[in-house]
Design a protein. Structure first.
Length: 168
């Protein structure tokens, strides 16, 4: 039987080895929703700013925000307010190549939240970031419209055509 998005990420990678782009590194899942998938909506941040909050305040329609943080992971760029907005606006998840804060408040949310780490500080100002046509996560390029599949085993990006076959 061909894989689908109900299939664990490990099995998707086994079946689609040459087409599944694995986002490298150790990912932590910060809510009880550790399995999620949807079309990628890349966001490039230079540091903490309002670009991600503004995006998550719009209808997500089951998408996954994929966030590249140019300033590193010492400062949280995602907190409880953004988690509440993402949940209320129908986002499937948020993948952050950086840090989150407000972990205890994020935990009960009904969306997937994966990040590299938690940080005890959240700055609200920084160089302007914005939604982007693509971002690089650990050297792996994720484009707008790619599909993200995530579970406890890892996170992968698939091109839209491959993902359409899985959704088939």
């Amino acid at each position: 039987m061909p894989p689908s998005f109900a299939t664990p990420v490990t099995d998707i990678v086994d079946a689609l080895r040459d087409r599944a782009r694995i986002l490298p590194g150790d990912w932590r899942f910060f809510t009880g929703v550790a399995r999620f998938h949807g079309p990628a909506r890349p966001v490039a941040l230079n540091g903490p700013d309002k670009a991600l909050a503004e995006l998550l305040g719009t209808p997500g329609r089951g998408a996954v925000a994929v966030v590249s943080v140019g300033a590193g992971d010492r400062v949280g760029v995602f907190g409880d307010g953004m988690a509440r907005a993402a949940e209320a606006n129908g986002w499937a998840g948020v993948v952050i190549d950086g840090a989150v804060c407000d972990v205890a408040l994020i935990r009960p949310r009904e969306i997937g939240v994966a990040a590299r780490r938690a940080a005890p500080i959240f700055l609200r100002e920084g160089l302007a970031g914005a939604p982007a046509p693509s971002v690089a996560i650990g050297g792996v390029v994720v484009r707008d419209g790619d599909w993200i599949a995530a579970d406890e085993d890892g996170i992968v990006a698939l091109d839209a055509e491959t993902a359409a076959r899985l959704r088939g």
